[in-house]
Design a protein around this ligand. Sequence first.
Ligand code: PHE
Length: 341
Amino acid sequence: MTAELRDELDRIAAQAPARIDACASPEEVEALRVEYVGTKGSITRINKLLREVPADQRPGLGKRVGEVRSLVLQKLQEAGQKFQVEDGAGRQRIDITLPGRTFLLGRRHPLTIALDRITSIFSDMGFTVADGPEIESEYYNFEALNMPPDHPARDMTDTYYVAPQWPLRSQTSPVQVREMEKRRPPVRIIVPGKVYRNEDVSARAMNQFFQVEGLYVDRNVTFADLKGTLETFCRRFFPPKTRVRFRPSYFPFTEPSTEVDVSCILCNGSGCRVCKYAGWLEILGAGMVDPNVFGFVDYDPEEYNGFAFGMGIDRTTMMRYGVDDIRHFWENDMRFLSQFE
Ligand code: PHE
């Protein structure tokens, strides 16, 4: 038995170097590695058989197994290196036969794309961008918007509080007040920003979302200005076939007030899950600034008037791109996000 194993080892030692040298690809080198030193390889098998060899012959044969194994491993390593290229420093080696690495490029989020587009349309009409804090005081979120502490309209939104009297803003409207405190008319601003409401999450509602507030205050601003501005926006932002309608509504800080709906582009107005089978989707609230609000910022309501609007961006973006579930915007799934340019 010892002699046979010794012969086999000699045969391997005689043939392996030439066979390994003759390899023309990394795959062939790998096949020989498996054949000789893999878990079922010939050298591995001989090594296991050592147990059955008479004890006095075991050390000598064991040594020979070790020699042949080292020889084969040495040749395999050299052969492997043949298919690799040294880098400039001569240390790391690169397998130039591997395909190149692809890099995942970042992209703008669809909501960011929509916000930029909205900003650009309104800036064409003379609006500039303002912003304000997300943790807001009750004074700005409610009171200065004509909602005193016991006003039922405070319940129009289910507001989160971070501390007593400190809500997460439930709307971007408080920035209207902050801006009017800072300057005199004419004021023509939009306010893109995040707002928070304790809503049940569904295909069309999230508990955090983006709004764009708009405010225009000057002498002789009319409801026709409001209508013209918002119609122009809708015409430029939505696909051409989209229909737009104004409905009477109520907000404590505007009078008269309106809500604007667009025909659902997902179902083309025939009714689906997103538009709650109404065929229309509300995208914004608006109205003529209530004179009481001017009282809080010391504007003379006899001299100035204006309009304001607040638009939900997530829903507006759904309509623009035909996205059927608002939650996609918040899940950070690259398969979804990489579709938007
Ligand atoms: N802030 C209102 C909302 O979030 C929208 C609005 C803004 C309405 C400005 C009128 C004027 O529902």
